[in-house]
Design a protein around this ligand. Structure first.
Ligand code: ADE
Length: 258
């Protein structure tokens, strides 16, 4: 997976995503992170990339030309021949979630566009952007942090990036459930004991306990997610009712054969 990030602050991206797990993934060749400075593409002799907005209003706007030329330069470096998804990170976008991360993780190339000042000239957005995505209902000073949040969430779903790929399946948000509580050594800390069942060695019982904990935790902390989970896992009718239903059914079958 190749991430291309159009930004006025490439050093922010390199510094942050070059560290920890994403940094290791780059070194090991599972992902590449190509932060491109939009300013390198301006035709202005003073290296300006912004100007006043038509119609008045406070603040400056990023101009179309440097953004477009930056994008065209990236296009030449793409692995795939098809038009890439170009994500404009903006508080006006759909709110990013784990499902979106999974969807984006299927791509070979992803292009992010980070805005600054009061935004970007609408005409270049219409020309190149395929997805408008926000990280939540609040406004940040620029698009770099949201872009990095998304790159991190997507990168860890790329096979090989996490040492143990299993952990991407069992963690929070898988199947709309939050992750169960976890414990490490010592067995007792500040008078609090690790739940007995986790020491039992009975894997089936541990799995059952963890699922119950996940359900409980989701119900308590994220009732919105719990509702979604319930829709996919409607309560099974109680055995008693089932048995009665079956008996009724066999009686009617009997009546019909008699
Ligand atoms: N740019 C500024 N605020 C943002 C947000 N909440 N999400 C995405 N991009 C942004």
């Amino acid at each position: 997976m190749n991430f291309h990030i159009m930004t006025l602050f490439p050093e922010m991206i390199d510094e942050c995503l070059g560290t920890s797990i994403t940094g290791r993934a780059v070194k090991n060749g599972y992902i590449s992170i190509n932060a491109v400075n939009i300013r390198d593409y301006t035709l202005d002799k003073h290296n300006k990339v912004d100007d006043y907005t038509y119609g008045g209003g406070a603040g400056m706007l990023m101009q179309a030309q440097p953004v477009y030329d930056c994008y065209k330069a990236i296009e030449k470096k793409l692995v795939s021949e098809k038009k890439p998804r170009v994500i404009y990170v903006t508080p006006q976008g759909s709110v990013f979630d784990q499902k979106m991360a999974q969807d984006f993780a299927q791509e070979d190339d992803l292009v992010f566009l980070c805005g600054h000042y009061e935004g970007i000239d609408e005409r270049v957005l219409e020309e190149i952007v395929t997805d408008y995505v926000s990280i939540g209902d609040y406004v940040l000073t620029g698009g770099e942090l949201p872009a990095m949040v998304m790159v991190d969430a997507i990168a860890r779903l790329v096979p090989g990036v996490l040492n143990n790929h299993d952990s991407a399946l069992t963690e929070s948000f898988h199947d709309n459930l939050l992750e169960y509580p976890q414990y490490s050594r010592p067995e007792e800390w500040m008078g609090k004991k690790v739940p007995e069942i986790l020491l039992s060695g009975d894997h089936a019982k541990v799995d059952k306990w963890r699922l119950e904990q996940s359900i409980e935790r989701t119900k308590e902390r994220r009732p919105d997610l719990y509702e979604k989970w319930l829709e996919d896992h409607p309560p099974v009718p109680e055995k008693k009712t089932l048995r009665r239903h079956k008996r009724k059914q066999s009686l009617t079958d009997k009546e019909q054969t008699d």
